[in-house]
Design a protein around this ligand. Structure first.
Ligand SMILES: [Cu+2]
Length: 138
């Protein structure tokens, strides 16, 4: 009787380990990695001006600067004062840095907790001119 109980426990343990192993295949808890591409232009616009990602997902953002001016893509809390944002305000390290005219910049980061965020161009005057978008994390 005691031997049978031990065997049962071992069998249950083995099944649990197998289940855990299978669940690890997703790598990052099931959130899909996503690539988002934005155009930044000298009309001080991001295209698109809205985007979304899953919380915890690996997000790769590419900013294609189609203008002649410098632009950047910086993710900040929805409550941030976009006019005074600098790259140091970036959530989750999500900033492309300054991208020269005609160039592209890329950053990969882990999407933060669910909520609404803004992405702004931190070049002085650009956010005030409308270079702001909304990222929804679900
Ligand atoms: Cu800009």
């Amino acid at each position: 009787m005691k031997r049978l109980t031990l065997l049962t426990l071992l069998l249950v343990a083995a099944l649990l380990l197998a289940a855990c192993g299978g669940g690890g295949d997703g790598g990052n808890g099931g959130a899909e990695a996503v690539s988002l591409t934005f155009e930044g232009n000298d009309s001080l616009q991001f295209n698109p001006a809205t985007a979304s990602a899953a919380a915890g997902a690996e997000v790769t953002v590419t900013l294609n600067n189609s203008g002649a001016l410098e632009h950047s893509w910086v993710l900040v809390p929805d409550t941030a004062d976009v006019v005074t944002v600098t790259e140091a305000d970036a959530v989750a390290g999500a900033t492309t840095g300054v991208v020269a005219g005609g160039q592209s910049g890329t950053v990969t980061f882990t999407a933060p907790a669910a909520g609404t965020y803004k992405y702004v161009c931190a070049v002085p005057g650009h956010a005030a001119g409308g270079m702001v978008g909304t990222l929804t994390v679900q």
